[in-house]
Ligand binder design. Structure first.
Ligand code: UDP
Length: 328
């Protein structure tokens, strides 16, 4: 992608896991990046690229002032709560932050005359899909407040786009994993719930054993299958989506995955090989709300954005995550 010196980008949640990787790519390619983050779930340690303003999106007037002054051509909106079981326990907190604060951001954006928007959506909007791989046109039947909050924002975006107020790309992430191959940034969670992080932290000795949640699913080895995408490929997808909108592209929704899946057992096997550590694994019962198989149909992102992943390789994903784990 060509260097675009004059393009200004606001990244909400740019101190978080995915946002910080996107910021790195943006800055490396010459974009002018302003991060708005309240640092509620991140420390700022990963915010090495772009200028950080510590601000909560609930403060609409302050956000508006920042947007007016920086005058970005586009906003990328990552800031959200992301823990599915927590959303089941504290739905209001999720709707307030993920929907309420997004409404405030959109309203400030409209007042500031900014038109282009990239939204961090999730495969959680599909719930338990009836077709695999699941395409963007599948019915949305989220089964958690987290997934519901993402589906709600997608509806708001659709209606604003229909009214001619915005042009947007909603990126539905599948299972994002891995870390910056250069080892500068990566996931920072004290209590990670995601499989690859749990496995690597178990290998490090931070957990006594890894649980496999459910071995009686209707899959070849009985464990759930997911489409793991390297965070750097996902970051690249954001830059392509931005380029698409800047070039005048129509509003659209795109799955972000590789279009193939690995079972929990396969992930555990690769994690053991990459780390060289035969950590303890215990098979336990199913975790509520887990769809047996979640794999993206990816023809849309491949054709519309010419998305060509560089790290479509579970070994590379886990190797880069391990490199990072050993630095923190
Ligand atoms: N999983 C597991 N043990 C763990 C964490 C996750 O067996 O410690 C399983 C989980 O039940 C699911 C898959 O790994 O089938 C991926 O879960 P993860 O939380 O990484 O992502 P999700 O698909 O829920 O977004």
């Amino acid at each position: 992608m060509e260097k675009k010196v004059s393009i200004r980008v606001v990244v909400t949640g740019g101190a978080g896991y995915i946002g910080s990787h996107v910021c790195k790519l943006l800055v490396k390619r010459g974009f002018d990046v302003l991060v708005i983050d309240n640092l509620s779930t991140s420390s700022g340690r990963n915010c090495r690229y772009g200028h950080l303003i510590k601000l909560d999106l609930a403060e609409e007037e302050k956000v508006l002032a920042v947007l007016k002054e920086f005058a970005p051509q586009i906003i990328m909106h990552f800031a959200a709560f992301i823990v599915v079981p927590e959303s089941v326990e504290r739905p209001l907190m999720y709707y307030y932050n993920n929907v309420g604060n997004t409404l405030k951001l959109l309203s400030a954006m409209k007042k500031a005359g900014i038109e282009k928007f990239i939204f961090s959506s999730s495969a959680a909007v599909y719930g338990i899909p009836t077709e695999i791989p699941v395409s963007e046109s599948a019915e949305l039947r989220p089964i958690s407040p987290y997934g519901e909050s993402k589906a709600m924002v997608e509806k708001i975006l659709r209606d604003m786009a229909l009214a001619g107020e915005i042009r947007y790309v909603s990126l539905r992430y599948f299972n994002v994993a891995g870390a910056d191959p250069e080892g500068e940034i990566g996931p920072l969670y004290n209590q990670p719930t995601h499989l690859i992080l749990r496995a690597l932290k178990t290998a490090k000795g931070e957990f006594p054993y890894l649980e496999i949640f459910g071995t009686d699913y209707p899959t070849p080895d009985g464990t759930c299958i997911r489409d793991y995408i390297h965070v750097m490929d996902l970051a690249e997808a954001h830059l392509l989506a931005m380029e698409y909108l800047l070039d005048g592209g129509e509003s659209t929704i795109l799955n972000c995955g590789y279009g193939r899946g690995y079972s929990v057992r396969e992930v555990v096997e690769v994690a053991k090989r990459v780390t060289g550590i035969d950590f303890e694994v215990r098979e336990t019962g199913r975790r509520p709300g887990d769809p047996p198989v979640l794999i993206a149909r990816t023809d849309k992102i491949r054709s519309l954005l010419d998305f060509r992943p560089r790290y479509d390789d579970l070994y590379a994903i886990i190797r880069h995550a391990w490199l990072w784990e050993n630095k923190i």
